[in-house]
Design a protein around this ligand. Structure first.
Ligand SMILES: NC(=O)c1ccc[n+]([C@@H]2O[C@H](COP(=O)([O-])OP(=O)(O)OC[C@H]3O[C@@H](n4cnc5c(N)ncnc54)[C@H](OP(=O)(O)O)[C@@H]3O)[C@@H](O)[C@H]2O)c1
Length: 293
């Protein structure tokens, strides 16, 4: 199969135009397996949470490279400022803690006109804290995962949906994890929060039936080059690096490409779930505890 050249409304894809229309546009592409003309979606404005690092920063870069306006939000303002300075004025840094429902509402209401009608929300902000067994876990870690991965995602989704529904189009992309489908020792609450993200994404699809708003859950396996494991192990870099020793994990760019692909499908296509893992990671047998002889 050959890859068709990317085009912007039929012209070779060049650098982003100085201005973009406020609404999402379509572009024709060709493929060997589909019809001659397949109008892909090109989001004009995208909101990415957790944009100060890892997947979020890569997703911001991916959409910015495509000429989209991007709202890049996270708690660390300095990181966002550096990202925005690197990418230019079409990236809007937004300091925001997704756990603060009122702050999320206020921030969305106060978006500058150019960014207010965003087409895509990428609910990426999230974290794992600890890898110990449930009976030894720190209850504060559990609270933080629930507040960020579940409630934070709900706050942003709720702030975004009314506008998308009113406009008759939009796309919510949630970052789940293989941890939401497959248990592993120490995955207790982190895996449960991602199972929530998976099921909430499917339920959202039901509620948004007929509105034109799409929902996708991207569920990666092991991904390196982000701060995920450093955060999980409270800043212990050695322990974090050991997770990826001797194997090739997914990269943040792999995830950004998945998110970009899902949102680029023609408007009649909804990608429900993308589950991706590094080739080096797979499944093992159930564990069995045996009586000692
Ligand atoms: N890496 C993996 O192997 C992997 C696999 C599957 C799924 N995931 C999921 O993918 C997402 C991104 O992970 P990553 O690997 O890119 O991790 P990361 O490098 O640690 O990035 C996490 C991002 O979330 C932000 N964040 C955390 N708490 C926040 C809060 N309360 N409010 C706003 N932003 C917050 C962080 O920014 P600030 O600290 O500046 O706020 C950071 O930008 C997470 O949802 C994670 O669970 C990761």
């Amino acid at each position: 199969m050959t890859t068709p050249p990317a085009t912007r409304l039929g012209t070779p894809l060049g650098p982003p135009p100085a201005t973009r229309p406020a609404t999402g546009t379509t572009r024709p592409t060709t493929g060997t397996t589909g019809p001659a003309t397949r109008p892909a979606t090109r989001p004009a404005t995208v909101w990415v949470t957790g944009a100060s690092s890892g997947f979020g920063a890569a997703i911001v870069r991916r959409f910015a490279a495509d000429g989209a306006r991007v709202i890049a939000s996270a708690r660390r303002a300095d990181r966002l400022a550096t990202l925005a300075a690197d990418l230019g004025a079409h990236v809007l840094p937004l300091t925001l803690d997704v756990r603060d429902q009122e702050a999320v509402r206020r921030a969305v209401r106060a978006l500058p006109e150019d960014f207010a009608d965003f087409d895509v929300l990428v609910n990426n902000a999230g974290l794992a804290k600890g890898l110990g067994p449930a009976h030894e876990a720190d209850p504060d870690d559990w609270e933080q995962m629930l507040d960020t991965n579940c409630k934070g995602l709900l706050h942003c989704t709720q702030a975004a949906l009314p506008g998308m529904v009113a406009r008759g189009r939009g796309h919510v992309v949630n970052l789940g994890s293989v941890a939401g489908s497959y248990p592993y020792p120490g995955g207790n609450v982190y895996g449960a929060t991602k199972a929530f993200v998976h099921q909430f994404s499917l339920n959202l699809r039901s509620d948004l039936h007929g509105t034109g708003v799409r929902v996708t859950c991207v569920e990666p396996g092991m991904c390196g080059g982000t701060e995920f494991s450093t955060v999980r192990f409270q800043g212990d870099r050695e322990k974090a690096d050991a997770v990826y020793a001797g194997m090739r994990p997914l990269s943040a760019d792999d995830i950004a490409e998945s998110v970009h692909w899902a949102t680029s499908q023609p408007p009649h296509v909804n990608v429900n779930t993308i589950e991706l893992m590094p080739v080096a990671q797979s499944f093992a047998a159930f564990q069995v505890h045996r009586h000692s002889a």
